[in-house]
Design a protein around this ligand. Sequence first.
Ligand SMILES: Nc1ncnc2c1ncn2[C@@H]1O[C@H](COP(=O)(O)OP(=O)(O)O)[C@@H](O)[C@H]1O
Ligand SMILES: [Mg+2]
Length: 354
Amino acid sequence: MQPDVGVVHGLQDLFPSVESLNSGAFFLSKALQMTLHNQLAGRLLNTVTPVGQTFPLAACLPVHSEEYQVLQQMMASGKEYRDFIVNWEADGRARHVLIDSFTKSDAQGLFLGMNVLMKDLGNFAVLEQKMQKTDKLATMGKVAAGVAHEIRNPLTTIKGFLQMFERRFTDEGRVDELAYTEVMLSDLGRVEALITDLLFLSKPQRIEKSVCSLRTTLEDIHRSVAPEAAKRGIDLHLMVRQLPTLLADGPLLKQAIYNVVKNALEAMEGGGTLGIHAYPISGSIQIDVSDTGPGIPYYLMDKIYDAFFTTKDQGAGLGLPICQRIVGDHGGEIRISSKGFGTTFSFLLPRFES
Ligand SMILES: Nc1ncnc2c1ncn2[C@@H]1O[C@H](COP(=O)(O)OP(=O)(O)O)[C@@H](O)[C@H]1O
Ligand SMILES: [Mg+2]
């Protein structure tokens, strides 16, 4: 095999001793030909091929593996990645790695491939610290739930008066005052929604089951998120097969699915594909909500259902706990698969035989 052109200007030129790097380093060409820069890369890629030799990526990682697909999709995006955390399996051990990639072009600007630095995070101390921090937040959250109830009553009073102002300003044609009032009402709406979520979680809920059309529920959700998806450049696919009758609390179930769909939208910063797929499987109805976002790292998997756990600046961290509660109350379960790129939340709901 021809030595890959990218290697000539590879990392060896930047670091005199690439072997001393505490990260696996390799070059991957556009045609998915791999050249290791150091031995550590070989360990992370399950290969004993010597440093500097070029071989197909498929020779060290199975084509259908998450790991292969992560690299393939990074290549397809043509983008550079920084501090990109990915679930990674090497020498039989699940771990997460931190990836930095640097695109490589020839003198004419033609894209050749990318140099990649891959750091094995193992049980990184920093991540531990972050997790302790979220534990503290969760405790604070419980206190917040306690006061939520007390906040609701004055909110109702404020809202009543604001609505009165709204009517009066409309009648009197006071445009500025009307605009301010509307901003206040809209913000108040957000506070109310948060309080509702907090109270929902803080006590058991009565669920009222009736025969409901999952198709209509999913179509409603589809309709309500379509503008947001379009704004973010996300393709939305809804596929509902012939379903058996479902006995459920319609509005609650809608909220559960909506929360997950909203997360999927929020996970895709630069566009992507969001699929909602409902179909019957033995004894159950399954609803899959899948996205092509960055996925959920292993070390967060058992945190995401905690109240107030969020990785978002504007997040409240209540969407998934509420979702879990609703699905549990319906005798169903949620499964998550997050492999490399993308996440699928699957709801399994017991079907109702009439
Ligand atoms: N589809 C997804 N892709 C990536 N991360 C996700 C996804 N869904 C949930 N998460 C993670 O789970 C966390 C908790 O979600 P959630 O309870 O809805 O709270 P919030 O959306 O307010 O952050 C999110 O902050 C995010 O880190
Ligand atoms: Mg959410």
